[in-house]
Design a protein around this ligand. Structure first.
Ligand SMILES: Cc1cc2nc3c(=O)[nH]c(=O)nc-3n(C[C@H](O)[C@H](O)[C@H](O)COP(=O)(O)OP(=O)(O)OC[C@H]3O[C@@H](n4cnc5c(N)ncnc54)[C@H](O)[C@@H]3O)c2cc1C
Length: 427
């Protein structure tokens, strides 16, 4: 097995497995750090950066306006503690500056998301592939790596075609994919080098809900709501917009809950109860008072006359019915028990989730190479010296908002510097 000190420092041969954002960022960083190193990206498909192309609805939400490493790391259900250090070394401002300096001006939107000013993910692809070309990184497409073996002389790689290659250092940046069955792709390569793989399940999904309450209401957005998984203790509540869809519920609040609860929800077969607080601006007492005030001010009006607190009338009527009340009833006729029933529904409508569905096909993977098996200063394996990891193959995933690419830029950069062996162990 090679040790970092036994590897030739003058012209190290570096194999990057995976032509996604993490692999490209690492390859370019390595070449910039040490131009004499020889870097080859092995990509199994016919084109590189495929996910970047379709990301952010074709616009590529490249990172998030979150300069504080702790605050940034808090957006990662897997990695929120471990990423603070890496983000301190190469965080969101560094990533944004990297692209801006290389001709990709970015725009920050009010929700904190950064996109290229061009609003076209191709700009990001052109930047990364252009940098790789300029720095003389070799890119081999249709080159699936099927085995990586540590030898006395570095690493021996075998490709699906049967071809072989040798490298002093190897980066596995093969991305994520939660599919049932035996380990595949980069996970299998990592496992063959001694790594355990934290079980893989999807994250970032919408909830299928078949409930009369939502029938015919698709398209309605309630902002904000507070959602929580009923009976999933230890799972934080999530605040944000909720979108009613044709098949259930979606929107940032739901996606965040899906990410933080990815493993819980998988383990219960995606059958669980979610409670929606439609008026999180009130605590229970405040809401009771507000309902009493509303009843006093609108005595002669029917409940169905208007939707209070920005709730659309159609949704409001459904909530009234869910509370067992008649929408034709007048506010002034509501007794304390009826008000309490309405209040209970507004504070915690329970919806039975019966499955999950992709959010614009934007699944990310929860699980992967455990972070405790990786030195997060260099992204080097603690088990196989000279082997590094970056991107979604690691047990890291973020919520939506540019966080998943940011972890690729960060881990790719750290790995890229370290892969050259130019004092990288001190990074
Ligand atoms: C539809 C969609 C939209 C998204 N939008 C955003 C967004 O706007 N912002 C954001 O932050 N995140 C977004 N994400 C998440 C983001 O795309 C991923 O987290 C990110 O692409 C992971 O990068 P990666 O380099 O680790 O892996 P990948 O992008 O998956 O790249 C890995 C590459 O490795 C190749 N590969 C795999 N195995 C092998 C092998 N054995 N040999 C050779 N090559 C191999 C694959 O073909 C692939 O090209 C989106 C995801 C999806 C699916």
């Amino acid at each position: 097995m090679p040790t970092p000190s036994s590897i030739s420092r003058s012209e190290p041969v570096i194999a990057v497995i995976g032509g996604g954002p993490a692999g490209f960022f690492a390859a370019v960083t390595a070449k910039e750090a040490q131009p004499s190193c020889r870097v080859t990206i092995f990509e199994k498909s016919s084109r590189v950066l495929g996910k970047v192309k379709i990301s952010g609805g074709g616009r590529c939400n490249i990172t998030h306006d979150s300069p504080d490493p702790r605050e940034l790391a808090a957006h990662y259900p897997r990695g929120h503690r471990e990423l603070i250090g890496p983000f301190t070394r190469f965080g969101a401002p560094a990533a944004a500056a990297w692209f801006t300096d290389r001709g990709v001006p970015l725009r920050t939107y009010p929700d904190g998301c950064l996109f290229p000013v061009s609003n076209d993910s191709q700009t990001v692809i052109d930047c990364l592939t252009g940098e790789a070309r300029r720095l003389d990184v070799t890119v081999r497409t249709r080159a699936e790596v099927t085995s990586v073996v540590a030898t006395d002389a570095g690493f021996a790689l075998t490709l699906a075609s049967g071809a072989t290659a040798r490298a002093d250092r190897v980066l596995i940046a093969t991305g994520g994919r939660a599919v049932a069955g035996p380990l595949h792709g980069g996970y299998a390569l990592a496992a063959s080098c001694g790594h355990a793989i934290t079980p893989l399940v999807p994250s970032l999904f919408t909830f299928k809900v078949d409930d009369d309450l939502l029938q015919g209401l698709a398209g309605i957005v309630v902002d904000p709501v507070r959602v929580r998984g009923v009976g999933h203790r230890g799972l934080a509540v999530q605040d944000g917009p909720l979108l009613i869809t044709h098949w259930g519920v979606s929107g940032p609040a739901i996606l965040q809950l899906s990410a933080w609860g990815a493993r819980h929800f998988h383990d219960c077969g995606y059958r669980f109860l979610v409670a929606v607080d439609w008026l999180p601006q009130f605590d229970q007492h405040g809401q009771d008072e507000a309902l009493a005030d509303l009843a006093t001010a609108n005595k002669s009006k029917q409940l169905k006359a208007f939707g209070p607190w920005k709730l659309t009338r159609r949704l409001w009527v459904r909530l009234v019915e869910r509370a067992g009340l008649n929408p034709d009833q007048r506010w002034g006729d509501l007794g304390p028990r009826q008000r309490a029933a309405l209040s209970a529904v507004l504070k915690g409508t329970q919806l039975a989730v019966s499955g999950q569905a992709a959010f614009k096909e934007e699944f990310v993977t929860c699980g992967g190479v455990p972070l405790k098996e990786v030195d997060l200063r260099t992204m080097q394996s603690r088990l196989t010296p000279g082997l590094h990891f970056a991107g979604e193959v690691l047990d890291i995933d973020g919520v939506t908002g540019g966080f998943n690419f940011q972890s690729c830029w960060t881990t790719g950069w750290l790995a890229g510097v370290a892969l050259t062996g130019t004092g990288s162990e001190d990074v």
